[in-house]
Write a protein that binds this ligand. Sequence first.
Ligand SMILES: *[C@@H]1O[C@H](CO)[C@@H](O)[C@H](O)[C@H]1NC(C)=O
Ligand SMILES: *[C@@H]1O[C@H](CO)[C@@H](O)[C@H](O)[C@H]1NC(C)=O
Ligand SMILES: *[C@@H]1O[C@H](CO)[C@@H](O)[C@H](O)[C@H]1NC(C)=O
Ligand SMILES: *[C@@H]1O[C@H](CO)[C@@H](O)[C@H](O)[C@H]1NC(C)=O
Length: 430
Amino acid sequence: MSTSFFLTLLFFSLCFIVTFSHALNNGFSVELIHRDSLKSPLYQAIENKYQRVVSAARRSINFANHFNKNSLTNTPRSTLIPDKGEYLMTYSIGTPPFKLYGIIDTGSDLVWFQCQPCKKCYNQTTPMFKPSESSSYKNIPCSAKLCSNCNDQNNCQYYISYEDGSHSQGDISMETLTLESTTGVPISFPKTVVGCATNNTMSFQGASSGIVGLGGGPDSQDLIAQLGSLIDGKFSYCLLPLFLESNTTSKLNFGDVAVVSGDGVVSTPIAKNYPPVFYILTLEAFSLGNKRVEFGGSLRGEDEGNIFIDSGTTYTILPSDVYANLESGMLELVKLERVDDPNHTLNLCYSITSDGYDFPLITTHFKDADVKLHSISTFVPIAEDIVCFAFIPSDRTDPIFGNLAQQNLLVGYDLKKMMVSFKPMDCTKV
Ligand SMILES: *[C@@H]1O[C@H](CO)[C@@H](O)[C@H](O)[C@H]1NC(C)=O
Ligand SMILES: *[C@@H]1O[C@H](CO)[C@@H](O)[C@H](O)[C@H]1NC(C)=O
Ligand SMILES: *[C@@H]1O[C@H](CO)[C@@H](O)[C@H](O)[C@H]1NC(C)=O
Ligand SMILES: *[C@@H]1O[C@H](CO)[C@@H](O)[C@H](O)[C@H]1NC(C)=O
């Protein structure tokens, strides 16, 4: 589809939605900005790259501690607090479009952002959206079918609480959501159901205006469901290596361009007996060298599903017995000097003097899908000459396949087929 064709379509706003879905049948991509990338408004020039890893480890650990084991039953829509935002997405809201930075969260489904006037907002360093200045903003009345909570001004309300005690509340509204595609063409979704937040107590502050939930789920407020017929329940991302100090960004793809296909693709089912907002996979084992480390186990005693796949958590969090077996396998194979993590956050660290050391490949055996993890996904540099194993043991939380492990993989979600696919890829080249 050519750009000019698309732009012409934009003028025929009467038949906008209809022609739109046709125009989009190749799908589209938007930029994903890592909070530590030079493009990120969260980038802190004063932190060097090692301090940033240590900070990320601390964020993962704090998150893991908050993400307690009752989460699945208590708050089905909003459990995975996205680790204070590892990846941000820019999007615009309203008419004229107002630019916002949302934290990508594959563990919740609503798009919400702070709105003025705000009763209680966290300290947002970027400009805050004012509904009164947008001509397309509409409150949803309590009589609407999708409305289950009401306030005394007859406005429909949402309320989301997170495991760490954070919560967000505000009006459920309809607004035009515009994504900036990487080809430079803005793609607008009129009448998107969003949350206009006016009463928040969140554990983060800074540039992000709120959260962009990419979780699955049939609800009318679920973003993926709302983009539904246009993207057909498909999205994918390719996460750039954390340590690339560059202005390159990761991509978040929607629709047909999000299909992961070709050589080397493997696919594993998303477990079904859980709230659809969560992406839970079945991990059977790891292997390294000729050792196989069984993973097994289940969440809530279900037949399938034992690990969350999450774009918002940095490290991979494993039950402590699995972690111990994996670590001992690594210890047997690696002939480097073991050292302590000076920051006491990670368990297994080595002193390395040259950049080129290749750690043993770890294969993750998801059901029907073997995914190979190279050094870049399994070890992180935490000081000039120290690298540490990027897995964390915890029995206080459910297992999570974090975003370091997903680097340089194209990870695709297909909510119609209920599958997640992986393909090895150099994410700087897509
Ligand atoms: C990690 O430890 C090093 C050496 O002790 C220290 O200089 C640095 O500030 C620590 N980083 C963080 C983020 O705590
Ligand atoms: C909010 O952020 C601004 C700008 O960074 C800062 O000056 C102010 O002290 C912060 N307020 C709070 C309560 O953290
Ligand atoms: C804000 O949220 C808190 C926590 O849910 C609630 O107790 C409080 O009443 C809310 N405030 C307003 C003004 O709605
Ligand atoms: C990134 O972009 C900024 C501003 O455009 C520029 O000053 C900087 O040199 C770039 N950095 C790299 C590593 O390309």
